[in-house]
Design a protein around this ligand. Structure first.
Ligand code: CAA
Length: 382
């Protein structure tokens, strides 16, 4: 068993760590407070080739494997969870399904643009009345000659407004349930497409999340992704991979919370000594550090299985997402506790980490859905 990273992976991790420290962390708090999209950092990551980190080199991407992507997302999330989800989503739930299920023409048309950062991508499955029960979609897609007409409301889509391309799932045959769904590549410029309200969120305030409204939106037949009826499987297999990214994001936020707590507890004095000399604080730091390592191992194991290419990793991806997202909420809580009243102030980054951590047990499948997936796999194996 070899837990070591390759020289290339260490280089990627270390250079991103330095970039995040220098360019992302210093502005993350201010952008969060003003709810501003991290446009400058996105441009810089595009220059570094990381907006297309999951895209094969043949289409202009960096061609990183899943372990590489997990390392990158952890580092970015260390400085800004908003930036991390923006980058994770354009790769894992937009570029990846195009690379996997797209026609050659779709790949040539969209992947190089995504890789250069000329366009940003998103994924649209959820609706106002359909979250965990993802097969019950109201958005309808009707065939109309050479194209489809899509009507319905989508909700909680990451990268709205700034995003130009969305992998969007709609019902072509509602009587067939999960087997009656189809995926489409929908551009924001298509007639009948508009963005709905942008959510005023508790956390991830520098990322844009909101609705998509489709009013007889005309989507060319050439923009159907995969076959009719394949949409649910495309969505589920895509989420299997993407959940590893959210788990990596959780590890990154937790690491930020730990590192800030280490620094704070070294300089903050109480009862005549730095508070890191008290066992109460040391035990919290020890627990935080241990939990982060355990989560990272689950993330890397799921990513490694995905990279093998010939094994299913649904269960391991859900385990990584479940454990890491629950872990970061505990760790962020402890970080605020260590900071005392300062942790409750927006002046300190742990207040942001605490809010940013919250959604990780909700989006890309709640903890309850991850448990359901894991339990089903366990029962199947009996
Ligand atoms: N891989 C491949 N196929 C899969 C699959 C997977 N992981 N999971 C299910 N399927 C297949 C099943 O094998 C089944 O196929 P057949 O019809 O051939 O038998 C079919 O899909 C239906 O499966 P289920 O009966 O298991 O479907 P279900 O209705 O019980 O739902 C679920 C299963 C796990 C609850 C699923 O609905 C789910 O994951 N829900 C959560 C959705 C989610 O994560 N939403 C987040 C959206 S993205 C987001 O958060 C926004 C963002 O931008 C970040």
């Amino acid at each position: 068993m070899d837990f070591s990273l390759s020289e290339e992976q260490c280089l990627l991790r270390d250079s991103l760590r330095e970039f995040v420290l220098r360019e992302v962390s210093p502005e993350a708090g201010e952008l969060d407070r003003a709810s501003l999209f991290p446009a400058r950092a996105i441009r810089r990551l595009a220059e570094m080739g990381l907006l297309g980190m999951s895209i094969p080199e043949a289409y202009g991407g960096a061609g990183l494997n899943s372990v590489g992507v997990a390392l990158a997302i952890e580092e970015i999330a260390r400085g800004s969870a908003s930036l991390a989800v923006t980058v994770s989503v354009t790769n894992s739930v937009c570029a990846v399904p195009i690379a996997r299920y797209g026609t050659e023409e779709q790949k040539r048309r969209y992947l190089p643009q995504l890789a250069k950062g000329n366009i940003l991508g998103g994924f649209s499955l959820t609706e106002p009345d359909s979250g965990s029960d993802a097969a019950h979609l109201r958005t309808r897609a009707r065939r109309d000659g050479d194209s489809y007409t899509l009507s319905g409301d989508k909700a909680w889509v990451t990268n709205v407004v700034e995003g130009q391309l969305f992998v969007l799932v709609a019902a072509t045959d509602p009587s067939q349930g999960a087997r009656g769904l189809t995926a489409f590549l929908v551009e924001k410029g298509f007639p009948g497409f508009s963005f709905g309200k942008v959510e005023d969120k508790m956390g991830l305030r520098s990322s844009l999340t909101g609705g998509i409204l489709l009013q007889d939106c005309r989507v060319p037949g050439a923009n159907r992704l995969g076959e009719e009826g394949q949409g649910f499987k495309i969505a589920m297999t895509t989420l299997d991979g993407a959940r590893i990214g959210i788990a990596a994001q959780a590890v990154g936020i937790a690491r930020g919370a730990l590192e800030e707590s280490l620094a704070f507890s070294r300089q903050r004095k109480a009862f005549g000594q730095p508070i890191n000399q008290f066992q109460a604080i040391q035990f919290m730091l020890a627990d935080m550090s241990t939990a982060i390592e355990a989560a990272r191992l689950l993330v890397h194991r799921a990513a490694h299985l995905r990279d093998l290419g010939n094994v299913t990793y649904t269960r391991e991806a859900s385990m990584a997402k479940l454990f890491a997202s629950e872990m970061v909420n505990r760790v962020a809580y402890q970080a605020v506790q260590i900071h005392g009243a300062c942790g409750y102030s927006r002046e300190y980054p742990v207040e942001r980490y605490f809010r940013d951590a919250r959604v990780t047990t909700i989006y890309e499948g709640t903890s309850e859905i991850q448990r359901l997936v894991i339990a089903r796999k366990l029962l199947e194996s009996l």
